[in-house]
Design a protein around this ligand. Structure first.
Ligand code: ADP
Ligand code: MG
Ligand code: MG
Length: 882
């Protein structure tokens, strides 16, 4: 079977076989661009090599020898020739680009003889010895694993001894001596003499590239980027061109647009009299492209035309490598350039406007996860590269922040009021901490998973958050935290990277994201293409405004318990929970009703007729109760009751398992007056707006429903209450009462529930928690091991468990719609913002998702992508059927 392809035999769609580099070298050859001759040894050969105990097979060796003969004919040069020595580069390249992960050898074919030939032919002794010392360096490193430093330190001491500033000061004599020294290093490190036969050099180099596919560095990179281990790498063997042949030569890289801002302007770096690696490795500071224009104006014009052609051909921003040899231009690589989120969006929108790509292509090109980075501050890659992280937790909420650490809400608040930027560090958080969270730049916890209280609240607030930092021990007593053994007292400065979950010591500068106009345009296209509507989880007018700016259709979930997090309200809420009798509840309920009416009025007013779904109270009670003696005393004083009496009530309310306890609609069945108060507030707010001429659409949602009688019992009471209110006001009003589907049992009897519910909304957090039986607040202690060991593919609170939880959801959708075809069904919860989950939601017929405001743009884009991909699949099936 053919294992080798010359560049003129391949095309860009042969990536799997030729690797990205090889396929694109072939494509550029096909386009008629000046590409040095060469061939690609395919990924199939890489597989064979692995199967063959890391040995090149005889067949492959024969095919390589044949290809070499053909390359010699094409270039009119010869391996091992003194008159016309053929030199080649040996370059790895997998189907998916893994920049810098695999290795390259340049100038292969030189030996103690041909180096003399090269010097004579080019009348440039310095150049020839420079090539040879580079080959010895790269070959030693790639093939024998000799550390780069071994060679670099020889160069450095040579330069120092002679008072040279950079590599260009080295003379032919110096380089010759250095090459000799390098050859000694081979002997000293036990690798024998440097192989003089070019054929042998080539075989060793090809084998080394294949082996490097398995090196730990490459494996880690693949794991990090979810690249399949089995795809293998190809090897490109290409005739050398020399950017280091003198002052009329050079080498460079260029992007067809600015990779940071996306601006339509060629951006590049160039080094005169240098060979490839010099530009990226930073041994010399590169100049800009104007230096190239000055050096070789004609070649520069040709270069501009060629890169424009490349971008047009690939219909995307290109990242190219090129070399000038005595003023003649060669292209050595092209690929779609990596870019920031900001640049990605700008380039996509610009290219649509330029007529280069379709809107759909623009929508498919942007990573929805990346979009949310656009909306938060972030640390620049260079900043991060210059610092070593202290530890890493789960990246719960994106953003980047620096500040002084505090361990209680009150000390955080005090520091904030004193004008400090603060970071709240806790073992975990509860509503007690909200005020501390509000004033913090970032929230860090040592426990908890992606849907822990801290994580959910941080995301909801659009605040940077890192949770579950296992190597972080909070000592509340001493007011200090130990991170990997290092102690940080309160007031120490830390920096938190919500995008990666990493913590850094000291202050790191973050860049502020601003409202991005191109993103708005892209999102408007996405909304046209998307199938799922996107709503927001919003508890405050601020959140809602933010969400509307990002394109939300309305509110899919208002968690009314979150409205009680402010100190004065928390107290009223506590008074309500502590109350022993219905009578004791009257006063706090009346107070809360007034506050809630105002809250709902504000939301409805902002909504201007858009749907606002209000979920009635759903707090696990323990979240609102004092935990220790100190707090107990404080709350008792505030509630004006004896500590003993409070302690007694708390003991009565204590639950062994509050997550499975007296919460949600269960609370309303035992205390119906709580939900009656809330619907009264909703109706009052709605009537007030109606009077003002503002349209309102109240959607009332009951949490934690398990059975039809439970739903009927509650609904009867709420409807009676609402009818009374409407009758008294002599005003008709359309409203809906729907339910959260978050109990596995509710999924199983969804057809029954659909008889009484106006809509369904999946609560995927609780549904996942109960389906797996994983407490979402405790998952941090075992999830990392489950992921490491591959027992779980992903955190099921981050991306839907399609196989289990997804099956329950599908069953509920099917059963619900069997009962009532037009039943509206949504998903609220963090999974609603996850692209992979969204794809599945669209597939099973979900109508909308509701996500935290900062995830609205990602969800809109992901929804569009899932629709476009489905259409594409469908059209493929249709074509095949013909
Ligand atoms: P990477 O994937 O790390 O960029 P490459 O295989 O592209 O590695 O090669 C490293 C450097 O060597 C690049 O700057 C490239 O342009 C240069 N290079 C590769 N092959 C040749 C060649 N045949 N002639 C001149 N320079 C080359
Ligand atoms: Mg390259
Ligand atoms: Mg819930």
């Amino acid at each position: 079977m053919q294992q080798i392809y010359f560049f003129n035999e391949g095309r860009r769609d042969m990536r799997a076989l030729l690797g990205g580099k090889g396929a694109n070298l072939a494509e550029m050859t096909h386009l008629g661009l000046p590409v040095p001759q060469g061939f690609t040894i395919s990924t199939v050969a890489c597989h064979d090599y692995e199967k063959n105990q890391n040995q090149l097979s005889d067949e492959l060796r024969a095919e390589i020898a044949q290809a070499l003969t053909r390359l010699e004919a094409l270039t009119d040069k010869k391996f091992d020739s003194m008159q016309t020595p053929l030199l080649v580069s040996v370059r790895s390249g997998a189907a998916i680009s893994m920049p810098g992960m695999m290795d390259t050898i340049l100038n292969l074919g030189l030996n103690d003889q041909t180096v003399l030939g090269l010097a004579e032919q080019t009348h440039n002794e310095r150049f020839a010895w420079d090539c040879y010392r580079r080959l010895l360096q790269m070959f030693g490193n790639v093939v024998y694993g000799m550390p780069e430093q071994t060679f670099e330190s020889v160069l450095t001491s040579y330069k120092r001894r002679n008072g040279y500033h950079n590599d260009l000061d080295l003379t032919a004599g110096d380089l010759k001596a250095i090459a000799a020294r390098f050859q000694d290093l081979y002997l000293e490190s036990g690798h024998g003499t440097f192989p003089q036969s070019p054929q042998e050099q080539l075989e060793l180099a090809v084998a080394a590239v294949f082996t490097s596919w398995q090196n730990p560095r490459a494996q880690v990179y693949r794991e990090l980027h979810h690249i399949d281990n089995t795809i293998g790498t190809a090897v490109n063997v290409q005739a050398m061109v020399f950017g280091n042949s003198g002052a009329d030569s050079g080498t460079g890289v260029a992007f067809t647009r600015d990779p940071v801002t996306g601006e339509k302007k060629i951006f590049g770096e160039f080094l005169q009299n240098a060979q490839g690696e010099d530009v990226v490795s930073g041994v010399r500071t590169p100049q800009g492209l104007p230096a190239m224009e000055k050096m070789a104006p004609q070649a520069y014009q040709q270069f501009l035309i060629a890169v424009a052609k490349l971008e047009k051909h690939y219909r995307d921003m290109q990242d190219v490598e090129f070399t000038l040899e005595h003023g003649k231009l060669y292209f050595l690589q092209t690929r779609n350039g990596k870019r920031t989120a900001k640049a990605a969006v700008k380039i996509a929108v610009d290219q649509v406007n330029e007529g280069l790509i379709e809107r759909n292509a623009a929508l498919l090109r942007i990573d929805p996860e990346q979009v949310s980075n656009l909306l938060h501050p972030e640390f620049a890659a260079a900043t991060l590269a210059a610092h070593t992280p202290l530890t890493k937790g789960l990246p719960a909420s994106p953003g980047a922040a620096s500040g002084k650490i505090y361990f209680t809400a009150s000390s955080a608040k005090a520091a904030h009021e004193a004008g400090e930027q603060v970071i709240l560090v806790r073992q975990d958080t509860s509503p007690e901490d909200i005020e501390g969270m509000v004033v913090s730049e970032a929230i860090v916890t040592s426990r908890g998973g992606m849907t822990s209280h801290a994580a959910v609240v941080a995301r909801g607030m659009g605040k940077c958050g890192v949770v579950g930092c296992e190597n972080l021990v909070v000592d509340q007593e001493k007011q200090q935290v130990t991170i990997n053994g290092k102690v940080f007292p309160a007031g120490s400065e830390l920096s938190v990277d919500g995008a990666s979950g990493q913590l850094y010591q000291g202050h790191l500068e973050a860049t502020q994201a601003t409202q991005d106009q191109n993103l708005q345009i892209l999102l408007s296209w996405a909304q046209e293409a998307g199938q799922l509507d996107v709503y927001a989880n919003a508890d405050t007018p601020n959140d809602f405004v933010q969400a509307l700016n990002f394109g939300a259709k309305g509110i899919g979930l208002t968690r009314t318990e979150h409205m009680f997090f402010k100190t004065d309200r928390l107290l009223k809420m506590r008074r309500l929970i502590i109350a022993g009798t219905a009578l004791d509840r009257v006063e706090p309920l009346a107070e809360l009703q007034e506050l809630q009416t105002e809250d709902f009025y504000q939301l409805y007013r902002l909504a201007q007729g858009k749907t606002v779904t209000i979920r009635l109270l759903d707090p696990p009670l323990h979240e609102f109760l004092p935990h220790d003696a100190k707090e107990m005393a404080r709350v008792a004083a505030a509630l004006d009751m004896p500590v003993a009496a409070l302690a007694k009530r708390v003991a009565v309310l204590h639950e062994a398992n509050p997550m499975l306890g007296h919460r949600g609609c269960r609370l309303a069945v035992t205390y119906p007056d709580i939900y009656e108060m809330q619907v009264t507030a909703i109706i009052h707010a709605a009537l007030r707006l109606k009077k003002e001429g503002v349209p309102v659409k109240p959607h009332i949602m009951l949490p934690l429903i398990d059975t039809l009688p439970e739903l009927q019992w509650l609904k009867a009471r709420l409807v009676a209450k609402i009818n009374d209110l409407l009758a008294a006001a002599h005003t008709p009003l359309h409203y809906q009462i729907g339910i959260m589907i978050e109990m596995p049992r509710a999924c199983l009897i969804a057809d029954q529930l659909a008889q009484a519910a106006d809509f369904f909304s999946f609560g995927t957090n609780d549904l996942t928690q109960l389906t797996f039986g994983y407490s979402r607040d405790d998952i941090g202690s075992f999830l990392p091991t489950y992921l490491d060991q591959g027992i779980l593919k992903a955190d099921p609170f981050k991306t839907l468990d399609v196989e289990g939880v997804g099956k329950l959801m599908k069953m509920a959708v099917d059963k619900g719609r069997y009962e009532r075809r037009s039943l509206p069904i949504g998903v609220c919860g963090e999974l609603g913002g996850d692209p992979a989950s969204i794809r599945y939601f669209a597939e099973i017929g979900i109508d909308y998702v509701s996500v935290s405001p900062f995830r609205v743009p990602s969800a809109i884009l992901a929804s569009a992508q899932s629709a476009l991909q489905r259409n594409y699949q469908a059209s493929k099936v249709a074509v095949q059927a013909h």
